[in-house]
Design a protein around this ligand. Structure first.
Ligand SMILES: *Cc1c(COP(=O)(O)O)cnc(C)c1O
Length: 358
């Protein structure tokens, strides 16, 4: 750190993203990317001559075509849609804009919430999960602070019901309730329709996971005209061209071939269930997940050791240092072939652990 850095940031602990190794020898199951490529229409939108030539022009600051495509897909109006450079951008804006009275989020959740809170000097409360890594919705009633809940939650994959979401929105009329639906397409149900009833409810989604566009950086929010207007105000005060031309075109194309992505999600869900069964056979405890990852632990091998040993075998999974979950690892669901590679490696490690103990 230099002496030039503002005192306000001297003690900021930044978010540490999952490893993105430069070589491709790894079976990469650590950052919840899709194992499947974007669909043909999306690829065409990204690679076309015209799109490339148009890069000399700024992108549409209103992102009209993209917002219209999202609005149509989620049955809302354009005025109810906000788009951004990845959904992390929206989370950042929300902590910047809506946390005047503080923020509340689950103790075990997406690590970035705490970083955004610290960045914007927001006082925050972390609410412990209950039995089985579940969220108790009542713990979020009557807070009247910015409430941020990932549904499904990360890294646990646990969901909360639509009723729980409406109860939370209803009991916090003076504050924003943000539901981060990064993993909603893997078996959950979106609260998008409820934003028509609750003006304080903001649903945030991303094209990074279920639509194979992590590298394009495209996130969006659905909410009341008022909340979307607030986000637009921040956006126009930060970077009016926050969604670039190629990404906007990719987003429109991706929504035109939504069936392709929904089919991929189904494949991933099937692979997830097969992987759960296989890991349970190997003695693992697996949290029931509605996301494109599973959260696992074994009594027979230390969490960090499993991570290290798999890395030696060129398989990357995600390990967190947080003491409450350090015996666990989060494993992204890849293709069936990738999961075979994982299961073979885990099988070898477990039999080695067995013989070592006796
Ligand atoms: C991956 C993820 C995001 C960020 O997604 P981007 O759109 O790639 O910025 C947000 N929230 C959760 C819970 C995530 O896992």
């Amino acid at each position: 750190m230099s002496k030039f850095l503002d005192d306000r940031f001297q003690s900021l602990e930044e978010y540490v993203p999952g490893e993105q190794p430069k070589d491709t020898v790894y079976t990469k199951l650590n950052t919840n990317e899709s194992p499947y490529p974007p669909g043909p229409a999306t690829i065409k939108a990204v690679c076309g001559q015209k799109g490339a030539e148009d890069l000399r022009l700024y992108s549409d600051p209103d992102s009209t075509a993209l917002k219209d495509a999202i609005a149509k897909r989620y049955e809302v109006k354009r005025q109810n849609v906000f788009v951004s450079n990845g959904s992390d951008d929206i989370l950042n804006f929300a902590f910047m804009a809506f946390a005047q009275n503080g923020a509340v989020f689950p103790e075990i959740s997406y690590g970035f919430y705490e970083v955004f809170a610290a960045l914007h000097h927001v006082k925050y409360e972390k609410i412990p999960l209950i039995q089985g890594f579940n969220i108790n919705p009542e713990n979020y009633w009557h807070k009247n602070k910015l409430i941020v809940i990932a549904n499904p939650n990360a890294p646990t994959g646990r969901t909360i019901s639509q009723k729980s979401i409406s109860d939370i929105a209803m009991s916090n009329p003076e504050s924003v309730v943000l539901i981060d639906e990064a993993y909603i397409d893997f078996g959950g149900s979106t609260a998008a329709a409820q934003t028509k009833i609750y003006k304080n409810l903001l649903v945030v989604q991303t094209f990074s996971k279920s639509r194979s566009l992590a590298g394009a950086r495209l996130g969006f929010a659905i909410g009341s005209r008022e909340l979307i207007g607030d986000l637009e105000k921040i956006k126009y005060s930060t970077n009016p061209y926050n969604v670039n031309r190629i990404t906007a075109a990719a987003g429109v194309a991706a929504l035109s071939e939504d069936d392709y992505y929904q089919a991929n999600c189904k494949k991933i869900m099937r692979t997830r269930e097969q992987t759960v069964v296989a890991l349970e056979k190997l003695g693992f405890e697996v949290i029931h997940s509605m996301a494109n990852f599973i959260f696992v632990r074994s009594e027979d091998i230390d969490g960090e050791e499993l991570y290290e040993k798999l890395k030696e075998k060129k398989i990357l999974i995600r390990h967190f240092d947080n003491p409450a979950i350090k015996q666990y690892n989060r494993i992204t669901i890849g293709t069936p072939e990738e999961m075979e590679i994982l299961l073979a490696a885990v099988g070898e490690l477990m039999s080695a652990a067995d013989s070592g103990e006796e």
